[in-house]
Design a protein around this ligand. Sequence first.
Ligand SMILES: [Zn+2]
Length: 258
Amino acid sequence: MPLPDPTEKRMEVLTERIGQRDEPSGKRKDYADNLWKNEGDVKESLRDVLRRMAPGILGCCMYCGSTTGSDIEHFEPRESSPLQTFRWTNHLLACGPCNSKYKGTWWECDAETGEPLLIDPTRDDPFAHLFLDLRNGIYRSPTVKGKTTIKVLGLNLDERQFPVARQLARKNAWQVLRNWSRARYDDDKNGMRDALDVLRLYPFADVWQAMLRQAVMPGADIIMRDEPPWALALLRDEELRAATLVEFPVSVIPATNH
Ligand SMILES: [Zn+2]
């Protein structure tokens, strides 16, 4: 993934330096900690690129989709793996609660495969593990990785208020979708573009992505029977899907697109 050259080079140097420190004594961890605290330019550059990655556009959290993706999160915690402190592929953008309170230093892998038990949107397709019940905003999962992710990050917890927020995001999406359809009928290009921006970039963008996916699933008419009757055909519209469907794992998108 493209990081600015100077940042990439600096991170390679820092990783090499961390690797030269003695690990069993804890010096490696302390050294990595210290570097992480002091490398302000590297962190700024990382944050800038992470913000441009879908669906973290507009700085949303890549775990929960809420508005405040303010922290650079180490997917594999630097506390237990100091060598991962400056590895680009180990960084995500997260909100404060996901980063500190819920995930924190949690880290577990499958005993047999060694695969992390948490969804990483830069390596996994979250929708292979998570199914959103649109009626109540609750995530369900058929996989261990999905179930663990829901639990560790508290994705369905009342205290996080995500189910309510997702239901509002869904209602908002229907309104915006109606606006988009109207703007297309009126040949109002600006109106169409505005609506597409909201659908793609609005917080809890995972709800819109779930709606797009469920609309083309086998049995969609039954799965989405509580949605507005006019909506299913629109969700299957090729123009709309091409403009707003995000493929996973996510990749960096050009800055000029937003
Ligand atoms: Zn979050």
